[in-house]
Design a protein. Sequence first.
Length: 82
Amino acid sequence: MTEQLTLDKIVEIARQVIDDPSVGPQDNFFEAGGDSLDVLELCTQIENATGVEIPMEAVWDAENFESLAAALAERLPAPLSQ
């Protein structure tokens, strides 16, 4: 999964969790309407979608969804080379 696909998936999940279709890559989770309970839901859904656990602290520390995607991309396993 590339960082762009990761970003697209995170934004898609955030839109569902926050229930706001206008959420975009530059938005901050909390400023977009997310709360502390939503963080758990977001992290759980990201893990279900990617297979990678992301700590809740990563959401709190992320400036926006782009920086959250970058943090998640660092945790993704490297693609197998042929």
